[in-house]
Design a protein around this ligand. Structure first.
Ligand SMILES: C[S@@+](CC[C@H](N)C(=O)[O-])C[C@H]1O[C@@H](n2cnc3c(N)ncnc32)[C@H](O)[C@@H]1O
Length: 451
């Protein structure tokens, strides 16, 4: 039965995420769509679920300081209740301390009947001693400090420290534990960015143009966008600025034949079709039929009729009918998502270095198979929303060492206006803490005419 209590609903969602590795966005959509939770409580529920997942490392550090039981011996439901209560105590100014503690203890009476006293004791102690919370010694072990202070697993902290150095890695970890910006892409088949900003203003949604993407708009309120008329009419889609720029880096033109080998849910495929003025063809493939249906729904709402969805496993050699026949091919590969942890924070608690290795093997295969579809002189863009070198630079280096008919194009030369978003090897490599967009990677490769 649906609960009307947002804290109870947050508990149920966090419990399922921990137990079944479900996704926060899917569970939240389900919970909010049946309408039992109303008004401001809907915002509180979303805040609690994402906030606890984003700050879980910090919350667990504080729990371990004030709990008489070692954290790995605390039963899962009790630990989730403690995280929920502590998140409200430490991060939500608008929730009074008494409500944060009492509401959590009330829930414990229902959900963990042996533990209300323990929950009450840990939360009250954390509140009393909040100014005396201690952290690991940053000078001795910065990864351990980042794990506690900025809620990033140590193996990820170590990777970022190696890539960026201590100051930048800390800023990145901090940015990754914050809520991400809400960014949309104007559908230029139906309106210009300026017209859309005016339409949104009439719908009382404050909006301003993005800095880099000529199609991008940042929304500065937390208004639910999907209920707006402008959304339902397909005047825009929700998409981060980095993903918008990936389509611009592919640079599709009207009349092109484009293959998007990992296309679902269709954000980039529809963006490509919009850039093509809905003239030409976009073949949007994916191996997941459920996600492929989302491509069709999105294309319908946006009116991008040239997008055709097709089921395909790009880890297998592509059908010979696709060979050498596309002027542009996009590989937006399945990846660890370490660049979008602030959007999908549950991911950071499940992933491990072994996953990165397994993903790299798949990415290598997908890129090699997709390259067979590129026509002579055509362009192949390889993209991920991961920060790791293993899933990005290493994949492209390996590809180029085995395919001497492709060359790397420097994105700083091709699109000088994005030069500050690029690495000094000419890859597109924006970072949340520097550029306000998702951590992303894109390489632009060209098939030579003759080889
Ligand atoms: C990063 S997402 C793509 C996002 C999409 N390009 C967009 O902009 O909306 C990666 C996609 O790769 C798909 N995928 C995973 N393995 C695949 C495979 N072997 N062949 C084709 N698609 C695959 C996943 O189902 C997922 O939809």
């Amino acid at each position: 039965m649906a609960t009307v209590n947002p804290r109870h609903a947050a508990f149920l969602i966090l419990n399922r995420i921990a137990k079944e590795r479900s996704y926060a966005d899917i569970l939240l959509d389900q919970e909010l769509s049946h309408g039992a939770i109303k008004g401001l409580d809907r915002g509180l529920l979303t805040e609690l679920v994402y906030g606890v997942l984003r700050r879980q490392g910090t919350l667990d550090h504080v729990i371990s300081l004030f709990s008489s039981v070692k954290i790995d011996r605390i039963e899962r439901s009790v630990l989730i209740l403690l995280r929920l209560g502590l998140y409200q105590l430490l991060f939500l100014d608008r929730v009074p301390v008494s409500a944060a503690v009492n509401e959590t203890v009330k829930l414990a009476k229902i959900l963990a009947p042996k533990a209300p006293g323990f929950v009450n004791a840990v939360l009250r102690e954390a509140d009393r001693k909040r100014d005396a919370i201690t952290w690991p010694d940053k000078a001795k072990n910065q990864a351990e400090w980042m794990a506690a202070r900025h809620s990033v697993p140590q193996w990820i902290a170590k990777a970022w420290l190696g890539q960026l150095g201590p100051e930048e890695a800390e800023l990145l970890a901090e940015a990754m534990s914050e809520a991400p910006p809400l960014t949309i892409r104007a559908n230029t088949l139906k309106n210009s960015r300026e017209q859309l900003i005016e339409t949104l203003a009439a719908e009382e949604v404050p909006a301003r143009p993005c800095r880099f993407s000529p199609l991008g708009i940042q929304i500065s309120s937390r208004t639910p966008l999907t209920v707006l008329n402008s959304y339902q009419q397909g005047l825009f889609t929700i998409q981060d600025e980095a993903s918008q720029l990936a389509a611009l880096i592919l640079d599709p033109a009207p009349g092109d034949r484009v293959l998007d080998v990992c296309a679902a849910p269709g954000g980039k495929a529809t963006g490509i079709a919009e850039l093509m003025g809905n003239t030409g063809e976009v073949v949007a493939c994916d191996s997941n039929p459920r996600r492929l249906a989302q491509v069709q729904q999105l294309a319908k709402r946006l009116g991008t009729g040239i997008v055709g969805a097709a089921l395909m496993d790009a880890e297998k050699p592509l059908a010979s009918s696709l060979a050498n026949s596309f002027s542009k091919v996009l590989v937006d590969a399945p990846c660890s998502g370490l660049g979008v942890l602030r959007r999908n924070p549950e991911g950071k608690w499940w992933k491990s270095p072994d996953d990165i290795e397994a993903l790299a093997q798949r990415q290598r295969l997908i890129l090699a198979n997709a390259s067979s579809a590129v026509a002579p002189g055509g362009v192949l863009v390889y993209a991920t929303c991961s920060t790791t070198i293993r899933e990005n630079e290493c994949i492209v280096d390996d590809f180029l060492s085995r395919h001497n008919n492709f060359v790397l194009e420097d994105i700083r030369v091709f699109r000088p206006q994005y030069a500050i978003l690029c690495s000094n090897q000419g890859y597109f490599r924006p970072w949340p803490h520097q550029h306000g967009m998702d951590g992303f990677f894109a390489a632009r490769l060209r098939r030579q005419e003759k080889l």
